[in-house]
Design a protein around this ligand. Structure first.
Ligand code: NAD
Ligand code: LMR
Length: 332
């Protein structure tokens, strides 16, 4: 059976994540090797020439799955008929800034683009917000696009999830594909809580708990957490630019699992609209462990939460509640 064409919007497509992301989408990394795509790329007028350069390169790369490219600075043209929207457009933080420092510039973009998506995207369009502050931009997008179902609006914490897997793999000197079921709770910020209490590693003697194999709670409750929380800042310090290839790759992981399903027995982290699970206040976009099937995510239920985790999950929820009111005051 021939699959229907999928239109994928990337905003901020002339930027550095955009430049890493669009060839991945055109190669089938996001939606699979049998899914033809039309790329919609949006940027702002000062970046129009650079955006056209990206379009020229996409043509030059002769991707078999790429059936068309729309490169535009017109938000309506960009959003029209899209099935998937990856919202990268915005301003990245610089060294020494927290992600919420880019709040006022970025939330107003998300308010404006919410209505274009609501009016012009395909029904059931799935939205992934990457631009920071990612959770709060996604929440603003949700609030200003009330007819898009809340379950269709998500933000990227898969990069943090993958970072956590990478840190455990390095510590245990195993391949990252053997590690699974870490969790990122909360905000894509330095208060996020990378939790390994349910994470396992596949060994020659079967699946073992990460805590048992690492056997160093001080490291797991200390340096491991801060390394993952601060990894974005460490990359900015090293590159003088924020992460791009890992962000683009993780955005593909997020959409691929959401659309095509997560692997059996494995959960992933996604920033989603809270329904009150695990005592997280409803009305925030908060990162939870989820599984995905048939294009729908669901929060993994019933995990035991100890006191240490509870405090960290609450702290990051409190930060999100503060960001929410700060965002509303920026928009007044
Ligand atoms: P960048 O500055 O290289 O690119 C951003 C692009 O967005 C630019 O081309 C800019 O012209 C464009 N842009 C600005 N306003 C726009 C608008 N209104 N509409 C459309 N495009 C617009 O930045 P980058 O490194 O690609 O990062 C993009 C965003 O992603 C930043 O906010 C960054 O902090 C965030 N980020 C998030 C994660 C995550 O895990 N959630 C990871 C890395 C980066
Ligand atoms: C990241 O985590 O790498 C991004 O959110 C960029 C940043 O500002 O840290």
């Amino acid at each position: 059976m021939v699959k229907e064409m999928v239109r994928v919007l990337v905003t901020g497509a002339a930027g550095q994540i955009g430049y890493a992301l669009v060839p991945m989408i055109a190669r089938g990394v996001m939606l699979g090797p049998d899914q033809a795509v039309i790329l919609h790329m949006l940027d702002i007028p000062p970046a129009a020439e650079a955006l056209n350069g990206v379009k020229m390169e996409l043509v030059d790369a002769a991707f078999p799955l790429l059936k068309g490219v729309v490169a535009t600075t017109d938000v309506v043209e960009a959003c029209t008929g899209v099935n998937i929207a990856v919202m990268v457009g915005g301003f990245p933080r610089k060294e020494g800034m927290e992600r919420k420092d880019v709040m006022s510039k970025n939330v107003s973009i998300y308010k404006a683009q919410a209505s274009a998506l609501e009016k012009h995207a395909a029904p059931n369009c799935k939205v992934l917000v990457v631009a920071n502050p990612a959770n709060t931009n996604a929440l603003i997008l949700k609030e200003f696009a009330p007819s898009i179902p809340a379950k269709n609006i998500t933000c990227l914490t898969r990069l943090d999830h993958n970072r956590a897997l990478g840190q455990i793999a390095e510590r245990l000197n195993v391949h990252v594909s053997y590690v699974k079921n870490v969790i990122i709770w909360g905000n894509h910020s330095s208060t996020q809580y990378p939790d390994v209490n349910h994470a396992t590693v596949m060994t020659k003697d079967g699946e073992k708990q990460v805590r048992e194999l690492v056997a160093d709670d001080q490291w797991l409750n200390g340096e491991f957490i801060t390394t993952v929380q601060q990894r974005g800042a460490a990359i900015i310090k090293a590159r003088k630019l924020s992460s791009a290839l890992s962000a683009a790759s993780s955005a593909c992981d997020h959409i691929r699992d959401w659309v095509l399903g997560s692997s059996k027995g494995t959960w992933v982290s996604m920033g989603v609209y809270s329904d009150g699970s695990y005592g997280v206040p409803a009305g925030l976009i908060y990162s939870f462990p989820v599984t995905c099937e048939k294009g729908e995510w669901s929060i993994v239920q019933g995990l035991k939460i100890d006191e240490f985790s509870r405090a960290k999950m609450d702290a990051t929820a409190n930060e999100l509640a503060e960001e929410k009111s700060l965002a509303h005051s920026c928009l007044e």
